[in-house]
Design a protein around this ligand. Sequence first.
Ligand code: 4AD
Ligand code: MG
Length: 430
Amino acid sequence: MEKVLIKNLKNHVGQQVATEGWLYNIRSSGKIAFLIVRDGSGLMQGVTVKKEVGEEVFADAKKLTQESAIKVTGIVREEPRSVGGFEMQVTGLEIVSIAHDYPITHKEHGVEFLAEHRHLWIRAPKQVAILRVRSEIEHAIRDFFYERDFVLADAPIITPAACEGTTTLFELDYHGEKGFLSQSGQLYNEATALALGRIYCFGPTFRAEKSKTRRHLMEFWMVEAEMAYCDMDENIKVQEEMIYYVIQRILKRCANELRILERDLTKLENIKLPFPRISYTEAVEILKKAGEEFIWGDDFGAPHETLISNHFNAPVFVHRYPTEIKAFYMKPDPDNPKVALGADLLAPEGYGEIIGGGQRLDDLDLLVERIKEHKLPMEAFEWYVDLRRFGSVPHAGFGLGIERTVAWLCGLDHVRETIPFPRLLHKMYP
Ligand code: 4AD
Ligand code: MG
């Protein structure tokens, strides 16, 4: 008998097929049991009629506890009232294992409790939907780059120096030498871009953030692109095309998941290219007009970002931030060195910054000066400075935070649900 995923039952109407899954819920009377089965791809109702399956199978069905592992066979039929629109007339049931009392019942649970049981919580239909959207987003990003001839060049996780400031480093003992978990693959991307042209890396990055917000994780996944012979404007263009590509892909491929998540699709469907672009200075004007007391030169906080993006009701690029508040590697604008040729992309609906990027400082002497100004250890950056000695070119790149992107596209209020096992401040269990 053919084994099928629950999400594909629709292709097997009238056929007898087998599914493998777990009992999500059960309702039963003396003669009939409705098994709600989940298999990771969806939910299905299995209608088990005593006089059809016989005493023994029916008795087995009644033994099932929530999350018991089962193999169910039956004939598929269309049933608009049933979960997923299709159901199975059960013909056979095999118990693989009977579950103990499952802690996550069908009543409401607090977030603390759910977080403690994250290893089980991820089985809930909403969590499954989120993780499936995440997977689709990651695939879409890889396809986007693949179709555009970017080379996937993995960056190291263990590094000898900081990329994004020394205050958020996770330190480790590298056989007696001090090492750090990578905050960003960017510096290595700059090297691989000079070797390969256009590249991206995709991996976990780490920040010992002291922040307990709905946007911060200690460990998050970042996709980072880097392009040789590229300026800030071209860089921004690649980013908006990538985001647009990802949105179209999930609208097409994740309709079911987005419905489970009750995502307002019009918000995503209405996003059009190009995205608005404003300078930091213009953004400050918007804040002031909205009555905020904001001083030019300060960094935006989450409420500022929300105010700015609400002004456009679209993803918006904010470019030319003050050089002072940006990383050492950013190229100051030759027309006004007080600002840097970097841009952040702010997501709509209050999701804040999802991309940080910009043109890199390609001048040898200026770069050395900036490394010293930032009191970074020159020895650890010699190799990076070499990139300006040997064939330096204008180049640019960016980093997209996967979890914030998933939170936005799924319409979630916290990044903790966007990754199977979030690493939060003072929380690394399970
Ligand atoms: O703006 P960031 O710090 O930029 C960089 O790391 C650059 N070196 C990237 C590059 O140009 N190659 O981080 C980039 C993105 C942010 O916009 C945000 O989406 C995400 O990474 N991010 C976080 N996501 C979750 N938790 C955190 N603690 C994050 N810190 C940054
Ligand atoms: Mg940033």
